[in-house]
Write a new protein. Structure first.
Length: 149
């Protein structure tokens, strides 16, 4: 097995293991569409109960989607990795029934720290938010237990 396909297999095993226990992402209806080493794409549909007083998607839900994509991207090496912080800038609103996509990519990973960027777009491809996450890895601790396969 090539090094690249082995890394992809690890990323997919981490995706499966993390998502099975990720009650927050599941309860918001998120789906993991793609995962690769240092990358993840998640989607989420904007529901009625996600709307704020202006009838727009609450920014916290958009941030949650970007943060979940960040989590899958930075844990894709199967090293337990947590957020040390993030920032998000909102560019345009999301509305009820929009299907949001968060696409997260590793910018830097050195030592125990990493930097990841994500964009959140709607189903028309309009960019709604940009996100930058900072990660911290717990050396020697896997993100998910090794599988038997």
């Amino acid at each position: 097995m090539s090094e690249q396909s082995s890394a992809q297999r690890v990323a997919e095993q981490v995706r499966d293991g993390l998502f099975a226990s990720d009650r927050a992402s599941q309860s918001l209806g998120m789906q993991v569409i793609e995962v690769a080493p240092g990358q993840a794409v998640l989607t989420m549909s904007v529901r009625e109960d996600m709307l704020n007083g202006h009838g727009l998607c609450h920014g916290g839900f958009i941030a949650a989607l970007a943060d979940s994509a960040f989590a899958f991207a930075c844990n894709s090496y199967n090293e337990l990795t947590v957020a040390s912080g993030f920032s998000i800038d909102f560019i345009a609103p999301a509305r009820r029934d929009d299907v949001l996509e968060a696409r997260c990519t590793q910018v830097s990973r050195a030592g125990r720290t990493g930097v990841y960027d994500a964009t959140v777009s709607n189903q028309q491809g309009e960019r709604l938010a940009v996100f930058r996450g900072r990660s911290y890895a717990m050396r020697g601790k896997p993100a998910v237990a090794a599988s038997d396969s």
